[in-house]
Design a protein around this ligand. Structure first.
Ligand SMILES: Cc1cc2nc3c(=O)[nH]c(=O)nc-3n(C[C@H](O)[C@H](O)[C@H](O)COP(=O)(O)OP(=O)(O)OC[C@H]3O[C@@H](n4cnc5c(N)ncnc54)[C@H](O)[C@@H]3O)c2cc1C
Length: 431
């Protein structure tokens, strides 16, 4: 019998897009190599819980290798892709190379500081486990330093938190920080009252949660105020320097001194998009996303698919689909099916995103839900958010553990993972 080598599908990125593409191919007559520079899939929607001490990193990450342990045709490689040779269908890895028949690029996005990359040092973003741990370190260290600060102005600066960007991540972080200050840390300190913390949420647009219906933005702002968060809309940050955030609101300029400044204002696509553009001439949008065909392939290169946060898919209503886990999951599944259809000589139907709704959570029991014709806030939205996020958590053991952890946090109003970690735990001493 003659041996026919299986068609080799290489997927770069084990986030939502890449993971679901690999899952869709696990029983297909192809050989799959899933490459990620990390050895785990990260459930990014719950990163803010790690950043605020509610969950530990292991609760929201799952080893990629274990997901495919029983799928003989799926190999997982921990490697970083640095370049690609499109004519030769070869990837350059930091420490090797790999050839493919079909390539799926799903390397996601990172923070965007709109030309002010120096701000990153003072205002970290939230995208990776390391980011979440660094933010957690800064938040809890600020309360520790405030407790010991002799100078009242210094103490005030330690107890001031500025979150820049009022999208879902900024709203979720600000709400949880408000809850932390008002409820969780109550009675933990002797010289400060954590409830006196000043928490600012700064948003350049007219309202927070600008992609949600207007009534939900209003509900979110009300819920945030109840948690002690000061919301500043129509306010653009013009500088971050030496712990001072300078802002413009109309013609007025203002500044806030704060030791903890967090950035949730913008994203830019992974650098592999630009690498692909350099080699193929494909068009990128302003966020560096790759403009794809209706079947998510690259113009002129049907053997390359781009999905998730890295793709600019404009074929549905003229604007790119939002950078959401739901979009990446649906695109991953679609590409897995499309590859199989093509191998059978069929032409796949164009991709179509089915929007099942948008959710955001604000503190312990408030949320907003936009389900198209229905939108509502309050506890029901919060419960819906909880249900959806638990259902999508990878790995059964994770789901049960996280649910238990959550229920415990809810009942006891505690957050058990308030650890200050890192090499230098004392950079915030009273100056
Ligand atoms: C804090 C936060 C909260 C969010 N909340 C929500 C939410 O509530 N609901 C929602 O729907 N969406 C949410 N999102 C958005 C959602 O997480 C993203 O849209 C989704 O993760 C995109 O999936 P992806 O597969 O395109 O990329 P990612 O999930 O980012 O995965 C990219 C993968 O590629 C790997 N990679 C990158 N470069 C390379 C390389 N050169 N070589 C090898 N591997 C590489 C990375 O390690 C990573 O594992 C949130 C995002 C963040 C950051």
């Amino acid at each position: 019998m003659q041996y026919t080598p299986l068609h080799h599908v290489v997927i770069i990125g084990g986030g939502f897009g890449g993971l679901y593409a690999a899952k869709a191919l696990r029983r297909a007559p192809v050989r799959v190599t899933l490459i990620d520079k990390r050895n785990f899939h990260l459930f990014q929607p719950l990163l803010y819980q790690v950043a605020t001490g509610g969950l530990s990193p292991g609760d929201i990450a799952h080893p990629l290798r274990s997901v495919f342990a029983h799928d003989r045709h799926v190999s997982v490689w921990m490697a970083e892709v640095t370049d690609l040779n499109v004519p030769q269908r070869t990837l350059t890895l930091r420490d090797g190379s790999l050839t493919y028949d079909t390539l799926v690029l799903a390397t996601g996005a990172s923070h965007q500081y709109f030309g002010h990359d120096v701000w990153e040092q003072q205002a970290p973003g939230l995208k990776t486990v390391e980011d979440a741990l660094e933010i957690r370190r800064r938040i809890f260290l600020a309360f520790e330093a405030a407790e010991r600060a002799a100078d009242p102005i210094n103490r005030q600066t330690f107890m001031t938190f500025v979150i820049i960007g009022g999208g879902p991540t900024g709203v979720e972080l600000a709400g949880t920080l408000g809850e932390l200050a008002h409820t969780t840390l109550k009675g933990h300190f002797r010289t400060i009252d954590p409830a006196q913390a000043n928490i600012f949420l700064v948003e350049g647009q007219q309202r927070v949660l600008a992609t949600f219906p207007e009534d939900l933005s209003t509900k979110a702002e009300v819920a945030l105020r109840r948690l002690g968060v000061t919301v500043r809309t129509n306010t653009v940050v013009t500088d971050i320097h030496n712990g001072t955030v300078t802002m413009r609101h109309g013609d007025a300029t203002d500044s806030i001194r704060a030791r903890t400044i967090l950035w949730t204002a913008g994203v830019k696509a992974s650098g592999l998009g630009a690498t692909l553009a350099k080699h193929t001439g494909v068009e990128l949008d302003r966020a560096g996303r790759v403009r794809v065909e209706p079947d998510l392939s690259l113009p002129g290169h049907p053997e390359i698919f781009v999905i998730g946060d890295l793709a600019a898919f404009v074929h549905q209503d003229g604007k790119p689909l939002p950078g959401l886990g739901a979009v990446a999951i649906q695109q991953g599944r679609y590409v897995g099916d499309a590859i199989q259809q093509r191998l059978q000589g069929k032409t796949p139907q164009p991709f179509r995103y089915i929007n099942k709704g948008n959710l955001a959570i604000i503190g312990r029991n408030a949320g907003v839900a936009d389900l198209g014709r229905w939108h509502f806030g309050g506890v029901i939205a919060w419960l819906l958010w909880l249900f959806v996020h638990i259902v999508y958590l990878i790995g059964f053991d994770n789901k049960v553990l996280v649910l238990f952890q959550w229920a415990w946090n809810y009942l006891t109003r505690k957050r058990g993972a308030q650890l200050i970690t890192g090499k230098d735990p004392f950079p915030l001493a009273d100056a």
